[in-house]
Design a protein around this ligand. Structure first.
Ligand code: NAP
Length: 280
């Protein structure tokens, strides 16, 4: 009587394209590590099919999803419950299909960003001074929300398209100070936290280069790009004496809350997890 057997929980990641995603390797590793009966599946879903997919997948045993480009914004309008932080960021990366049929949408990118820095640089004290942040896309929004939440007093932002940085100031308030992209290096003066949230430095994109003369060697420098793991920006900041943290840990930490909600166990983010994802 198969009807009496508990359903094996299914989760996955939706996006278009999806082949590049490291999430299946990560969740697959955790499922094996903890001996959990469950599956995590990458699914390429076109924008036009998104609504139907979110109705159908819970019916066949899906307990939730990760969401990536280009669906992160659209899913907010299809969810029944949206967390305050997802609403503020304007995007969700984690969906939970609740037993009552409601779709719950959250954004864990910001908490993943902070958890990564706390783990990799325990001496980091973000409240001690300004943050300098480059970029103003979806990832920047999540990082700014998180930096404000942990008490960073001022967030200096520069973006190639200045209007997007100005929009961050109107959405997140006066702690956000907009600077000129061509003079972005000036933002480093006195910065305690320095973050590249642009796509520059990714394999196939130009490098992110900045004159680092104003960079305090006590600053913590991090890059959201994790392919390659060590960007030129991180190498140069390390050569200037700074503590540097790569972006892979953010990917691992943002995934943990979803895994816990879907499969019932908070997974460890540690060296073995990193190694499993890097070797996949
Ligand atoms: P997005 O919304 O498309 O934003 C891209 C950002 O990069 C914008 O600020 C854009 O500036 C800037 N940019 C792109 N090409 C540029 C160029 N040639 N010169 C100057 N600026 C350029 O993307 P996103 O979702 O914010 O993601 C940004 C990066 O973060 C990606 O590399 C992504 O893989 C990474 N990320 C990592 C994690 C993690 O877990 N580690 C999580 C999320 C994202 P304009 O506004 O002027 O176009």
């Amino acid at each position: 009587m198969t009807g009496d057997l508990p359903r094996i929980p299914l989760a996955g990641v939706i996006g278009a394209p999806i082949a590049h995603s490291r999430s299946p390797a990560l969740h697959g590793y955790w499922l094996r590590r903890y001996g959990i009966k469950g599956h995590y599946i990458p699914m390429e879903i076109a924008q036009a099919d998104l609504r139907d997919a979110l109705q159908f997948l819970p019916r066949v045993g899906f307990v939730g999803l990760n969401v990536t480009i280009p669906h992160k914004e659209t899913v907010l309008g299809l969810a029944d419950i949206v967390t305050d932080r997802a609403a503020l960021i304007g995007a969700a990366n984690t969906l939970i299909f609740r037993k009552d049929g409601k779709i719950f949408a959250d954004n864990t990118d910001g908490s993943g960003f902070i958890a990564n820095l706390r783990q990799e640089a325990p001496q980091w004290q973000p409240t001690r001074g300004p943050a300098a942040l480059f970029g103003a896309g979806g990832a920047a929004r999540a990082v700014i929300a998180a930096l404000i939440e942990v008490g960073v007093p001022e967030i200096r932002v520069a973006n190639r398209t200045r209007a997007r940085a100005e929009a961050l100031r109107s959405d997140f308030g006066a702690k956000v100070m907009v600077h000129e992209w061509v003079q972005a290096a000036n933002m480093l003066d006195g910065a305690v936290t320095v973050v590249n949230t642009t796509a520059l430095g990714m394999t196939g994109k130009p490098e992110f280069h900045l004159p680092l003369d104003a960079l305090d060697p006590r600053a913590l420098v991090t890059d959201l790009v994790y392919t390659p793991l060590r960007t030129a920006f991180l190498e140069e900041a390390q050569a200037a004496g700074c503590t540097v943290v790569d972006g892979l840990g953010m990917l691992l930490h943002q995934a943990a809350p979803g895994f816990e909600r879907w499969f019932g166990l908070r997974p460890e983010v540690d060296g073995a997890t990193r190694a499993a994802v890097l070797s996949a």
